[in-house]
Design a protein around this ligand. Sequence first.
Ligand code: FAD
Length: 274
Amino acid sequence: MLPRFRRVVPHSSEEALVCWRELGGMFCAGGQALLMEMALGRRVPDVLVDLSELEPADVAARDGLVMVDSLSTLDSLELRPEVPPLLRAAARSVGFASIRSRATIVGNLCHGLPTGEMSLALVALQGAVHGVLPDGTATTKTEDSIFSLRPVGDRSELFIRSVSWPRPDASTNADFYEVGEQGSWQPALSVATMLTPLPDGAATVSAAVGLRDGGGTAHLEFALPADARAGHLRELVVGAIRVADGLDCGRLSDWVTDVVSARVAETRARPGGT
Ligand SMILES: Cc1cc2nc3c(=O)[nH]c(=O)nc-3n(C[C@H](O)[C@H](O)[C@H](O)COP(=O)(O)OP(=O)(O)OC[C@H]3O[C@@H](n4cnc5c(N)ncnc54)[C@H](O)[C@@H]3O)c2cc1C
């Protein structure tokens, strides 16, 4: 059963900001995480600022940046050609179709799982999260601060409005993969990667890694020399494991190596795989 709370339903972003400033409480977007946490007694906000009546703005692409309304549902990203494959693949990995039809980008960012798909994809894309503080001051979060958007208490700390990222080069190769399952014997690990080829045959890699069950998150950037191109996925996995080691999960390395090597072999076996 849900605890008692007051619900306000603003009809514009400006109204939402005023409600939050005057009443406090937490924003509720799709409700797919927050209402469950409230039912379990993990959150007890006295006010919910329900954003479900706000219509997400269209995707905007200009000056080399793509900007998406943070209230866009995860399944709506499939219909947006401007949204890069990495973000769409990450969105597809969240829960089930029925969850994705209501869950939003911002809700996934603020739910705060280390394996949270939107956070990992956005960090790998070198993107940004844009919002305002209660006094209306604009704030932008980038890099590791994107991993820390979950509010500590029962009051939202930021009103997040949009996310943006540099439009990837057409030659960029992106992937999102998950191994393990929450709560099972296999620790859950998610990796979002962006590989950008350089003219000399080398490539740069931006990877975001999240590990649950006592793990954490990290952003990794490294260069792959030209002669490592053919084996780039393996290099990437080695890099991911190095990050996991840095997160004090070194004992998992053998297991991760086995599981991810199998995944690399699968990818290579697919038409067009490397
Ligand atoms: C069966 C099931 C499977 C799931 N699978 C996954 C999964 O694979 N990966 C995963 O990460 N999550 C998963 N979830 C959790 C959750 O559904 C998703 O993370 C989802 O994206 C939440 O989005 P929402 O819009 O429903 O967020 P809500 O529940 O509305 O809100 C979540 C958080 O975002 C905050 N928030 C909402 N709007 C704003 C705003 N504009 N500004 C600031 N803060 C805001 C809320 O205050 C709250 O803290 C799952 C949930 C279920 C029930």
